[in-house]
Design a binder for this molecule. Structure first.
Ligand code: SME
Length: 140
C-alpha cells in the first residue's frame, strides 16, 4: 500500500512498521520542532505507551540534547544518564536521530526506546539516519 500523502501519514506508517518489525524498538515516535517556538519539541506520531512528555525544550532530556547538538544520541543505559526524561520504567536504552530541512535546520527527530539495555548500535544509527534523510528529501 503506497498511497501515503501527508507528512503525518508517512510518519505514522514509519513508526508502525519500525515498532512491528524490529522487536527491540519498543516505543517509536517523532518529535517535531514547534513552528512558533524553535526551541521546543512537540510529540508527533508514535507507537507505544502514552507519554507525559508531549513538549520537550531543547536541552532537556535525551531528545532535547539531541536537538541542541544536532547529532544522533545513543544512550545504552538510561539509568546512567542524568539529563533524562523517563516515559516508562521499562525503558533501558534509547536512540534519538535528528531530522533536518534542506538548509540544515533541525525540524524534528526520531526517538526510539528499548526495553533491552544497549539495544542500539551503529547499524541502527545509519539505518535511522537514512530514514531521516528520506523524510528531508520528501517533506523538508
Ligand atoms: N526519554 C526521552 C523523552 C521522550 S520518551 O522517551 C518518549 C528523553 O529523555 O528525552
Amino acid at each position: 500500500n503506497s498511497n501515503y500523502k501527508t507528512k503525518e501519514e508517512v510518519m505514522q506508517r514509519i513508526v508502525e512498521l519500525l515498532s512491528e518489525r524490529i522487536d527491540y524498538y519498543n516505543w517509536v515516535g517523532f518529535y517535531l520542532v514547534d513552528n512558533k517556538d524553535k526551541g521546543l519539541l512537540t510529540l508527533g506520531p508514535f507507537v507505544g505507551e502514552p507519554t507525559e512528555h508531549e513538549k520537550i525544550k531543547f536541552g532537556q532530556g535525551i531528545c532535547g540534547q539531541a536537538a541542541s547538538s544536532k547529532k544522533t544520541f545513543i544512550v545504552g543505559d538510561v539509568t546512567k544518564e542524568e539529563n533524562y526524561l523517563s516515559c516508562s520504567p521499562k525503558t533501558k536504552s534509547e536512540i534519538v536521530v535528528p531530522i533536518f530541512d534542506k538548509k540544515g535546520n533541525i525540524v524534528g527527530e526520531i526517538d526510539i526506546d528499548s526495553h533491552q539495555k544497549d539495544a542500539f548500535d551503529q547499524d541502527d544509527k545509519l539505518f535511522l539516519e537514512e530514514i531521516a534523510r528520506l523524510i528531508t528529501d520528501r517533506f523538508y
